[in-house]
Design a binder for this molecule. Structure first.
Ligand code: NDP
Length: 444
């Protein structure tokens, strides 16, 4: 396999999908050597079969807004690969959602899920529906209309969706309710469910906490600790909030958070009380991060990202391509020693190169943010067993899964000079597992 040829072939067949090309390109470059050392992979054209999704379902979603207007959006589910388990991956509601973004996310999810050691294939879905400014009733009607189409393609042993940008506990509840009515069964077809109807304790915390556990493992390889470190976080949604919560509890100083309008910089650090304010502001009032700066009298920068602020550690937790090459260089120039990605593909290829060339601790999202889907996997297990584990039990399992993912990255990513390339480690480890399963299951 020549990774450039494979990529060019995909670009020709699937033009206008830049995010998908970007995600595939990064993985192909890091697995090329391993792939080529297994001639049987090429014989079975494993690489194209692994890059092209098993299927994509797309549909129109029709719903009525509060003014009685009939509205339409597009809905999608990309079922990428089910070699190691049922399809599994979140649903995103954001105005920017299109097929390219969901294909990149489903592709990444396949490798991430393989890394967790749990039996889950990769998928992703969503809609270009913009939840901002919508009433609760509108959100409910949209979720119901979305599931009216999607329900026939999902199921507890087929495809198990979860949340992502714009989809949290409220949306999962509305979607699960509609699914249950149509399917006439109360099964674990969604994860991220409420605690009263089959959700797992620690699922809301899992992605953020898991990212911090992974970061601790990385720091330990250099004899470093989290306590006293200054951290820039982007985003102020689910992942960002629980990343901040765990960091604060471990003695780190979080100085930034953001939303799609701008970022706040609090040089004194966001305390537990201030984080409670952010959680209420974002989860209940659905307000803007600017209001934090007004309340606590700190800096707010409209229309910008936080990467110009001085920090030891950056944890991008908002969206894809939110750190470009110049911003990466600024972070490095300001002394940043670690980047651990809560979001999926938040660093552009230029930013990734800058981090790797500077030999800092750099964890790609598919390793660092895998805690979310891991606890989703644990939610599926609890649902099958009709059991509910304690927070402590789930947290302990989460920690050990993140340690295991870290070990796999070290095993497959340590270079001859001792530097751990976590990108290569995560990609090779995830790839080998999925590739082996596909080979053993024949040509499909
Ligand atoms: P949320 O919707 O809860 O929060 C997203 C945050 O990012 C919000 O603060 C939002 O701001 C901001 N944001 C979204 N889009 C943009 C944009 N285009 N530019 C700037 N800011 C933006 O989502 P999550 O916290 O769940 O997800 C965040 C990231 O983490 C995503 O990349 C997701 O794929 C990834 N992830 C999530 C997991 C999970 O368990 N939830 C698991 C693994 C990865 P605003 O409020 O203005 O929209």
């Amino acid at each position: 396999m020549n990774s450039t040829e494979v990529l060019n072939g995909l670009i020709r067949r699937f033009p206008n999908e830049p995010e998908y090309h970007q995600a595939v390109s990064e993985v192909l470059a890091s697995i090329e050597d391993v792939y080529n050392s297994h001639p049987e992979f090429e014989e079975y054209n494993l690489i194209e079969r692994l890059c092209i999704p098993d299927r994509i379902v797309s549909f129109r979603v029709t719903w009525t807004d509060d003014y009685g207007r009939v509205r339409t959006n597009m809905g999608y589910r990309v079922q990428h690969n089910c070699a190691i388990g049922p399809y599994k991956g979140g649903i995103r509601f954001h105005a920017s959602v299109n097929q390219s973004i969901l294909k990149f996310l489903a592709f990444e999810q396949t490798f991430k899920n393989a890394l967790t050691t749990l039996p889950m294939g990769g998928a992703k879905g969503g809609s270009d529906f913009n939840p901002k400014g919508k009433s609760d009733d509108e959100i409910m009607r949209f979720c119901q209309a979305f599931i009216l189409e999607l329900w026939r393609h999902i199921g507890p042993e087929t495809d198990v969706p979860a949340g992502d940008i714009g989809v949290g506990g409220r949306e999962i509840g509305y979607m699960f309710g509609m699914y249950k009515k149509l399917a006439r069964e109360h099964t674990g077809t969604f994860t991220g469910k409420g605690i009263t109807y089959g959700g797992s304790l620690m699922r809301p915390e899992a992605t953020g906490y898991g990212n911090v556990y992974f970061l601790q493992q990385m720091l330990a390889t250099r004899g470093l600790e989290l306590e006293g470190k200054t951290v820039c976080i982007s985003g102020s949604g689910n992942v960002a909030q629980y990343t901040a919560e765990k960091l604060i509890s471990l003695g780190a100083k979080v100085v930034t958070m953001s939303d799609s309008n701008g970022y706040i910089y609090d040089p004194d650090g966001i305390t537990r009380e201030k984080l409670d304010y952010i959680m209420h502001l974002k989860n209940v009032e659905r307000g803007r991060i600017r209001e934090y700066a007004e309340k606590y009298g700190c800096k707010y920068v409209e229309g910008a990202r936080p990467w110009g602020e001085k920090c030891d550690i950056a944890m991008p937790s908002a969206t894809q391509n939110e750190i470009n090459g110049d911003e990466a260089k600024t972070l490095l120039a300001n002394g940043c020693i670690a980047v651990s990605e809560g979001a999926n593909m938040p660093s552009t290829p230029e930013a990734v190169d800058a981090f790797l060339n500077a030999r800092i601790l750099y964890a790609p999202g598919k390793a660092a943010n895998a805690g979310g889907v891991s606890v989703s996997g644990l939610e599926m297990t609890q649902n099958s067993q009709k059991l509910s584990w304690s927070s402590e039990e789930v947290d302990n399992r989460l920690k050990s899964i993140m340690e295991n993912i870290h070990s796999q990255c070290v095993k497959y990513g340590t270079q001859a000079d001792g530097y751990v390339n976590y990108v290569k480690g995560a990609n090779v480890s995830g790839f080998m597992k999925v590739a082996t399963a596909m080979m053993e299951q024949g040509i499909l």
